[in-house]
Write a protein that binds this ligand. Sequence first.
Ligand code: CP3
Length: 359
Amino acid sequence: MSDNQFAPLQNDRFLRALLRQPVDRTPMWMMRQAGRYLPEYRATRAKAGTFMDLCRNTELACEVTLQPLERYPLDAAILFSDILTIPDAMGLGLYFEEGEGPKFKKPVRTSADIAALEVVNTAKDLDYVTNAVTAIRRELNGRVPLIGFSGSPWTLATYMIEGGSSRDFARAKEMLYNRPEDMHQLLSVLADSVIDYLNAQIRAGAQAVQIFDTWGGALSHTAYREFSLAYMARIVQGLIKENDGRQVPVILFTKGGGQWLEAMADTGADALGLDWTTDIAQARARVGGKVALQGNMDPSILLAKPERIREEVASILASYGRGSGHIFNLGHGVTPKVDPAHAGAMFDAVVELSPQYHD
Ligand code: CP3
């Protein structure tokens, strides 16, 4: 499917900055921008039923994707979905326990469990996601680009093995060290699934994609390369590079990955997401000639007063310095207790303070 079925893009500063092309001001969006900190999200979510009901309802998924754009002058929308749709489609039975986060009815533990897994067929089992992508693109009507996303194989594997969230990843790490061939088999099926899933999102209308490697930072220096980065590199190589005459940039985000930026940039990704533990000026000096950088305000700053938020925005913009290649964002997702007005103060500060860094 070609996407000239969609209206021309009116604001492309996000896509331009990802490719380090000149922009008038620093583009911005926020991880988890459609979420529980917004009262309008909570209202739509209540109407939909469970979180997965909301993801599967094209019209309501489209509605919540656009909600933050009604409030803030954002430069990108992100598909409303979840990274755990892939293991759900593999038959693990995803559900959400109130206050406890995601859970799987059938975690993957034994060699036989892993051998039985098949690469997902996005067209067949995840068409609710690609349908949402196309509906959102239509509804956006060219206002801003749409970001598609997936979890990294390692991050998905941790949830599949642990059966949910974990503090120490004991089971996943035990498998990694005792049965590396099982772990590689699992990661390999996941990498092929992510390639199919992201390419389907791109064909359906996603104009950039982000890989969330939320738990890559829990790995040792050598394990990170072998068990997380290698599979993300395989994904970057397998993605559609261009759609409807425009490059589709890829953003790699390893939370806690600040020490591995050079290796991450070598994957061929166009941009790297930074969490708040990395100095963005130093990151730019290390890899800024090769990739754009996205980030990296501590989400907790949004709990502070608006004047403090503005100071922090000013400091991050100054730290990156002059020129393109920076996409302002948080260093991880916005949390449910944040006052929407505080997110507004952050975005206003980017709009007011960032033009001085561009020609
Ligand atoms: O950024 C966006 O606005 C797009 C939507 C998005 C969601 N999840 C919506 C969501 C994205 C990009 C994700 C990714 C995701 N999901 C990640 C990687 C990103 C990260 O934060 O590091 C992970 C680890 C997950 C798994 C997951 N899904 C968790 C840990 C939770 C929270 C569970 C809880 O109860 O706190 C979810 C659920 C989820 N995904 C919600 C939203 C808005 C909240 C669900 C609700 O409405 O109750």
